[in-house]
Design a protein around this ligand. Sequence first.
Ligand code: ADP
Length: 748
Amino acid sequence: MSDDEDRLLHSVAMQNAQSILLARQRAEQALPSAHSGLEDKTRELDFSLSMMRATLEASRDGILVTDDNAQVTGFNQQYVRMWGIPEQLMASRDHERLLSFVGPQVEGMQAFLDRVHEIYRTSPAESFDLIKLRDGRVYERYSKMQFVEGRHVGRVWVFRDITEQRRAEDALHKKARVLELLNKTGTILTAKLDVRMLAQAVIDAATEISGAKVGAFFYSTAARRDKGFALQAVAGMAMEDFDTCGLPRTGALFDLTLSGAPLIHLDDMQKDPRHEAPPTAASGARKPAVIRSYLAVPVASGSAEVIGGLFFGHPDAGVFDERAERLVTGIAAQAGVSIDNARLYEVARQAAEEREKLLDSERAARSEAEHMSRMKDEFLAMLAHELRNPLAPLRNSVEILRRGSAGPFELEETRAIMDRQIAHMTRLVDDLLDVNRISRGKLELRLEKIRLADALRSAVETSRPLIAARHHTFEATLPDDSVLVDADLVRLSQAFTNLLNNAAKYTPEGGSVALHTVADAQGVTVNVEDTGIGIPAHLGNRIFDMFVQGESSPSMPESQGGLGIGLTLVRKIIEMHGGRIGVESRADRPGSRFVVWLPVAQATQVPPGADADHRPNPAQPQAPGTSFEPRRILVADDNKDAAFTLASLLGMMGHDVRTAHDGAEAIAMAADFSPEIIFLDIGMPHMDGYEACRRIRQLDQAPAPIIVALTGWGQADDKRKAQEAGFDHHFTKPVDPAQLEELVGSNF
Ligand code: ADP
């Protein structure tokens, strides 16, 4: 090493030594002040720790501080007090052990513990929970992660007792709810007028407001009071559960309220002697619940009459307080008035409805009556017209006869005209009589087992002249003789005659008319169809109603006339035979088709004599003698013209005839003249034909005269009466000359 190097080393060593020395000197100088600084700091720290502790203790919240290992690093006495933690447990500083101690105080312990562990595990920045204690207190728990100088050091748990606050809130809420309910009920009570809805609203509100578990509304109107009060509405259960809800529905306690006793409030109904325990339920049935708290209040109408009662129950004793009493009494009072109103409203509404109905039916009846009266007027006008129509040719014929200058051809023609016109008038009158019978429900049928073909054949025979006169082609398929019906032969053939005559009448000349029959096992269908003017579609089956007529066709003046009752008769007759009739307009060509359906009878022997030409009415005339014998005949009729013409006719036949014009005269003449045959009109003044007949029979003449009744009525009843009075025969006016001749014989 060179000297230079030596020197250099030495100087560096010196420098270092100096600086060390300097530093040491400096350090020695600084030490005392560092000491005092440290002491200051320690004091400051102590102070702030005490401040912190004092602050912690000043809080009304319970505070616990833990580190991440669930070691307690701090707490305040409020925390210890809130949970009642013993001192030595607190000294353990083990949060888990604290949790095992507080857990059982909490409702839902497991959930509480799980939540704490979850907070440890997930380390949320903050947490907020409500903790319900088993003794009813409520704690709010807030936790926050703790950081010191940016470092996570643990968690602060803050517990606040909010029990009072919650109670106040609950009470407020309840109050608001009661107000809301009362308000709502009030609105319903004033707005609704339906008793059932009112009852339900009342019991729902009152049950909730009173704090009852179950509530029931029994109600009865005065009209039903004797049947007792009926359960109208329930709350807190289903209607069908009432019998097991524990509230009484009979017994002294129950009756007391419904007989108007003021509010009954029992803290424990089970201890009240008036309470009757329900009978032990049958095995399998649900056991009734036990009600202890009981509240019942009558519901009275505006006139202070008890119309029902509100009943409340709760399984716990002493639930209802004075407030519940007040509210329930108030609701019952309001309910009484509102239900009364609803009831009055209901009565008024029903009365109004009734009145409206009455008015409606009166209006309908009036318009029906007006309609009927119009129909009747139209009918009478038409009837007058129809009856007058044949009079003109008859009058002319009489004039021809009076002049006596007619040749044999004119005479024969005149006679034929008179015949036809009289037949027409007779038919009109017969129809009228039948319709009159229908409307009085007096149309009678003589049902027999007959061959349908016989009835149809008879109808065809009767209509054939008209069909021929109008030059229609005609075809008929009749059922074979095995098709039997239970029917009145005359009426049934009358029905088909009407249909065939109409077909001929409402078809322009030269058309075609047909009758076809199709039989099956249950019934037989008869179609009567034509190629005529058809039935207007708008009429349809109304054409069968009385007096209804289609429009007359200008091209067919002969279709005019008629009374609009023929089809009414047809339908009635068919229906009385258990059948149906309908009409169809033909789509393929003009014309109508009347479709009649009749039930067929069981095939047994057809009684002999049920033949087409058999009539129910006619006298059973004596067989005309082979040699003519003039007879002594008495004709008694108060209608002198009728008596005269009949007498003349009989005189012209070669008989010795006298006339009488009342019953007394007839008897005198019968005694004097000893007639062999007497024609007695039934409807004579002073003494009717029946009486006259009885008296003549009392003369006991030998040989007894044949006495024949002449009436306008061919009813079975008239015939029976005639028979009882002693008549031998019964002729319906006008008497058919052929029938007359058959009875008395003639020398024409
Ligand atoms: P009337 O023939 O006396 O008027 P009805 O009761 O027999 O009475 O018939 C009622 C109406 O039905 C007739 O006026 C006619 O307009 C209509 N009518 C009946 N039968 C036929 C038919 N075969 N074709 C067309 N119209 C008919």
